[in-house]
Design a protein around this ligand. Structure first.
Ligand SMILES: *Cc1c(COP(=O)(O)O)cnc(C)c1O
Length: 225
């Protein structure tokens, strides 16, 4: 299926999820995750109207970044090794995977301006998942204050792979509650307005629970083209 058709379907589903939850579709940012697809397909996505692209590995990110001349917002959504920070830091607009102080320290050291970061949380508690445990969030935030180039714009999580919608919804609800907690601290370096949650199989639920950034790969650009 061409990207434009996929995008149209997704936009319809977004509209429906917004209707269900009294939200404005303009508040939902679609990040096209291009990690599975070619540069040609990525360009097709931009032509279809996507303004935000996400990659989860440094190599894939740099390949797309250097081949795409159009103005897009670049999101780094995967685990970022500290030693790779210097390669991407002046190219990314958002990092969705801040999950440890050593990474914050490296971002702070390499960046020339405050970098928009989402703190990644492991809400579901699955061992395979990256991210901070929710109980660690408060002290983590306190420790971030000294890193002037780290700006916490939101929280990010990945839901478990399951058909159990209640379980998925719970994870998203918990992330939204954590975001509210951070916001209530009114930290200048952590406005934390955003929620990066929802992928191809669960973005409608994520929107109903407050997602502002959904990261969609397979159902938007595909996973093998
Ligand atoms: C691959 C990936 C996505 C997109 O996954 P789909 O299920 O293909 O939509 C979203 N977020 C992260 C962190 C990913 O690695």
């Amino acid at each position: 299926m061409d990207v434009a058709t996929n995008l149209k379907n997704i936009q319809q589903n977004i509209q429906e999820a917004c209707n269900n939850s009294n939200r404005d579709p303009n508040d939902i940012n679609i990040i096209g995750v291009t990690k599975y697809v070619t540069i040609e397909r990525t360009k097709e996505a931009i032509e279809a109207g996507l303004t935000d692209l996400g990659e989860n590995r440094m190599e894939g990110f740099l390949e797309k970044y250097t081949s795409i001349n159009e103005e897009v917002n670049w999101h780094f959504i995967g685990t970022l090794q500290s030693r790779k920070v210097k390669e991407v830091i002046d190219k990314v607009d958002y990092i969705h995977s801040l999950d440890r102080l050593s990474l914050a320290k490296e971002i702070d050291k390499r960046a020339n301006k405050p970098i928009n970061c989402f703190i990644q949380l492991n809400v579901s508690g699955e061992e395979s998942k990256h991210g901070l445990a929710p109980a660690e969030l408060s002290s983590f935030l306190t420790n971030l204050e000294k890193y002037k180039n780290v700006r916490v714009v939101g929280l990010m999580t990945m839901a478990p792979h399951t058909d159990n919608h209640d379980e998925i919804r719970n994870v998203f609800k918990n992330l939204a509650a954590l975001r509210d907690e951070v916001q209530s601290k009114k930290l200048a370096y952590a406005p934390c307005e955003f929620l990066s949650m929802g992928m191809s199989n669960d973005y409608e639920i994520a929107i109903e629970e407050g997602a502002t950034h959904i990261r969609i790969g397979s159902k938007l650009v595909g996973d093998n083209e």
